[in-house]
Ligand binder design. Structure first.
Ligand code: MRU
Length: 367
């Protein structure tokens, strides 16, 4: 996607051939800063501190983290140390473990002297693969917006999204945003309702920034607004991303997604989830087994933003002494999901459809 006319991905190997560039998402939308990652420890910290975030990008960063680790120590012990360092950085997005297992299974059989080059090639392959998958998600999701546009000729198609499942959360295109960008580029009149997504405001800070740079009309709303909009016919469809889909089609995504699914169900609004296949976890039967990340309380008790005179400041919004809880994700039961938009088509959210579409993933989950 483009930033001020220049094409960017969210992560890349720098022109020196080894260090890794990534957009520092903690600084958006106020500053566009590129971070340079030079060690496995820095890649791990980038994931933990949410310099990078979003399930597919977390996976790609871990892959590059493993490549950086191979420069430091390409022994068997080095592979294992890198795996263990990276896999614990964030618990919920399954793409992290998927990418590390891909890397480890290719690197282990190789002679140590061949592992660094192979790791960079594989990390680049994972990044390129993500872009290809998202382009297919765009193609497969496009007919959904076309059908709505055909039902209301000349009118705007209103799509609500939660959190940031845009190109910043992936390597390019995004998952939930992929069909939105393609529909917009094809001339369909799209308008996106962007949930602000407390506590870290990925919608207000990142999705709005992305959509704005691509010229997609959008409006940022407080998180609790969606239900009201749906009651008044102002949402044609919801599309969200996901951090992990269980074998039965239950969807884990950013906290607050479940409430949007309930509201959508109550109002007859289709609720779609866009995902790449590495986000499917055939190893868990349903969403109750997804580990839900609990993050630091200050993300809830404080807010950071730009003051009117241009300074970036953090302020406290909760009384001193009030306890806070910070659950980062929730699970939306499959029964509330209209369809899963994947690189192999729009699937029913159930075990039979997922396993028919991605049989090779069942085999790896069983290993
Ligand atoms: O905590 P985050 O910002 O990493 O959470 C991101 C989300 O919940 C996204 O919606 C999800 O990873 C899908 S990204 C394509």
């Amino acid at each position: 996607m483009k930033v001020d006319g220049r094409h960017f991905r969210s992560i890349w190997c720098e022109s020196d051939g080894w260090s890794v560039g990534a957009i520092d998402q903690r600084r958006l939308p106020h500053e566009f800063i590129i971070a340079r990652l030079t060690t496995c420890a820095e890649a791990a910290e980038a994931i933990r501190a949410m310099l990078v975030r979003g399930a597919p990008l977390i996976g790609a960063t871990a892959a590059y983290g493993m490549a950086l680790a191979m420069r430091e120590d390409s022994s068997d012990a080095g592979i294992e140390r890198a795996y263990q360092t990276l896999v614990v950085t964030r618990p919920t997005a399954i793409n992290l473990r998927w990418a590390l297992e891909e890397m480890r299974s290719v690197l282990r059989p190789l002679a140590p002297g061949l592992r660094t080059e192979a790791a960079y090639a594989l990390a680049a392959g994972i990044a390129d693969g993500d872009v290809g998958i998202n382009q297919s998600i765009a193609q497969n999701g496009l007919p959904l917006t076309e059908a709505i546009a055909a039902r209301k000729p000349g009118e705007v198609v209103n799509i609500l999204t939660h959190c940031n499942a845009g190109w910043l959360a992936t390597v390019d295109w995004g998952t939930a945003t992929a069909p939105i960008y393609l529909a917009h580029d094809r001339g369909i009149r799209i308008h996106v309702w962007v949930d602000e997504t407390r506590p870290r405001n990925q919608g207000a800070s990142l999705t709005a920034w992305e959509l704005g740079h691509h010229g997609v009309p959008h409006t940022v709303i407080a998180d609790n607004t969606g239900g009201h909009l749906m009651q008044h016919g102002l949402v044609d469809m919801v599309i969200v991303g996901t951090d992990r889909v269980a074998a039965n089609g239950d969807v884990c995504n950013k906290i607050g997604t479940y409430l949007k699914a309930l509201a959508a169900h109550d109002n007859g609004v289709p609720f779609y989830v866009a995902l790449p296949s590495p986000t499917i976890d055939f190893g868990i039967v349903d969403g109750s087994h997804v580990p839900i990340e609990q993050r630091a309380g200050d993300e809830v008790s404080e807010m950071t933003g730009r003051t009117r005179d241009g300074r970036i400041e953090t302020v406290r919004i909760v009384p001193e002494g009030s306890p806070v809880a910070n659950y980062a994700f929730d699970v939306t039961p499959a029964r509330l999901v209209t369809g899963l938009i994947t690189e192999r088509g729009v699937l029913k959210p159930d075990r039979a459809s997922l396993s028919a579409a991605f049989p090779e993933r069942i085999a790896t989950a069983a290993e």
